[in-house]
Design a protein around this ligand. Structure first.
Ligand code: DUC
Ligand code: ZN
Ligand code: ZN
Length: 493
């Protein structure tokens, strides 16, 4: 008997990280089961047919840097989005898989409790598929001994910090983490900023009564990122284990990364829309407005910095483009940006502004709409590479017959979508602003599928996916390059 497909997508231009082609796609039981030249599917039966009308058919977005339902870690204030609102916002912007953080605090000795608690926050509430990176605040002997179990539980990456009082590890602790990560085939993400430089600059600025949001930028000089990036690369090279430097913002840090990659080291890098679209001018808005763009590292000096980051995406220095969705409400003086305003400090105190911006819903559209990356590069950095780097490939991030989940974005055919100015009220997060307010939106997913189910239909109801449909996805080992030398690490003599 002939197969009845669940959904067929006809007349699209399929874009993956390696090809752009006129192909039709058939979906059954959550998977992509057939991909044929346009028209070659013939007269098949399908429960639903989508006519892409020449629009791009791309893998669903994979956003590998998302903060949801976190306690205060980066200044005063806690994240506005929980797993429900954050994953809803993800789907409405075409991100079908998100990897969020499970944060272990310095006062805790175990990672497995953190993992269990984070599972409880996400279970039955997500619209998008999800996984977790462990955020290691205390690499105690016990925590290190749990890396093996993390792998068995499908968690193959973790993040560490070189700054923030609540999280900063010293170099010896970083080496402990890297050595055990190497043993267990775990990818370590590093927040590379020199915490002592930031603390020193903060004290200097406060001594001079400089408290406004714009001084957040001055307190995080480019040098603090450049130095820490070089140090992180050096520590990784010493242990010979892969790292990913998160949210890179400066041309100088980018150059260190490129040099390391050119030497064949397994150094990966991430950047984020903040560093493509925002500059110091956004921090320097009148009054307290600049707090909306306080994130770390901060938006840098000028458009030339943004251009260097775009170039790094285009030339492959950056492996992935993530949102670093770290949402805090603006008009909120108990958990949001305004927690730092008091009678004594009417302009706030930049050092207490919670660091982070929302952006899970706008990442794909803003980056695609700019048309500065080739189509295949766009898919590579927003879907395929995050999936490969974090052990989700080929189930996520690709359109591969018989292998990939049917996670798909169908975009508007070029020229068909009416352009508009972005407004926060159009978004689905639980935040009262977007740092990208007023930007021109030139593209948006017209339809989004998650595991074969239509979850977003822009013109007919918008969000039609259901809370709880999103599942935890167990991850394997990174399919990008690992250590250069196999076997146990030996002390270099
Ligand atoms: N680092 C992040 O990755 N997210 C928000 C704050 C920070 O410093
Ligand atoms: Zn960070
Ligand atoms: Zn982050």
């Amino acid at each position: 008997m002939a197969t009845t497909y669940d959904i067929i997508i006809l007349n699209g231009i399929v874009v993956t990280d390696t090809e752009v082609a006129e192909l039709d796609v058939a979906i059954k039981d959550e998977k992509i089961v057939k991909i044929l030249k346009r028209g070659a599917l013939g007269d098949v039966k399908a429960t639903k047919t989508i006519d892409a009308e020449g629009g791009y058919v791309m893998p669903g977005g994979v956003d590998a840097h998302v903060h949801l339902d976190e306690p205060p870690l980066f200044g005063k204030g806690s994240t506005a989005d929980n797993y429900e609102s954050g994953s809803r916002s993800a789907i409405c912007g075409g991100t079908t898989t998100m990897v969020t953080f499970a944060p272990q605090r310095k006062s805790e000795d175990t990672l497995l409790d953190t993992l269990r608690d984070t599972h409880a926050k996400a279970k039955d509430t997500c619209y998008a598929d999800y996984s977790f990176h462990l955020l290691v605040g205390n690499p105690s002997a016990n925590a290190l001994s749990e890396f093996k179990t993390l792998r068995e539980e499908g968690v193959s990456s973790l993040k560490i910090y070189m700054t923030y009082e609540a999280l900063q590890l010293h170099d010896g602790q970083i080496l402990d983490v890297l050595l055990e990560a190497r043993r267990q085939n775990i990818t370590t993400m590093v927040h590379a900023e020199n915490g002592q430089v930031i603390d020193w600059m903060t004290a200097q600025l406060e001594k001079r009564n400089m408290f406004e949001p714009k001084y957040h930028g001055s307190s995080h000089p480019a040098m603090a990122e450049t130095e820490a990036t070089y140090r992180a690369i050096s520590l990784s090279e010493f242990i010979d284990t892969p790292i990913l430097i998160v949210h890179v913002s400066t041309p100088a840090a980018t150059a260190h990364i490129k040099q390391a990659q050119d030497r064949g080291l397994p150094i990966y890098a991430e950047t984020c829309p903040q560093y493509l679209f925002l500059t110091k001018n956004d921090l320097d808005k009148p009054g307290f407005e600049g707090a909306k763009c306080v994130c770390s590292p901060p938006p840098r000096e000028s458009e030339a910095d943004c251009d260097a980051i775009w170039d790094g995406l285009a030339n492959g220095t950056f492996t992935i483009l993530s949102s670093d969705h770290c949402p805090f409400r603006y008009n909120d003086n108990t958990t949001g940006k305004k927690t730092c305003i008091t009678d004594e400090y009417p302009v706030g105190r930049f050092k207490y502004i919670p660091n982070g911006c929302p952006g899970i819903e706008t990442r794909l559209s803003l980056a695609l709409g700019e048309e500065r990356l080739s189509l295949t590069k766009f898919v590579e950095v927003t879907s395929a590479n995050p999936a490969k780097l974090y052990g989700l490939w080929p189930r996520k991030g690709g359109i591969i017959e018989g292998e990939s989940d049917a996670d798909i974005n169908i975009w508007y055919p070029p020229g068909k979508m009416q352009q508009y100015q972005l407004k926060n009220e159009m978004l689905h997060h639980d935040v009262d602003y977007t740092p990208f307010e007023g930007r021109t939106v030139k593209q948006w997913p017209r339809w989004t599928l998650l595991r074969g189910k239509l979850v977003w239909d822009k013109e007919n109801g918008g969000l039609i996916g259901e809370k709880g449909y999103g599942q935890f996805v167990k991850r394997g080992v990174s399919s990008l390059k690992g250590p250069r030398v196999k076997g146990e690490w030996q002390i270099p003599l």
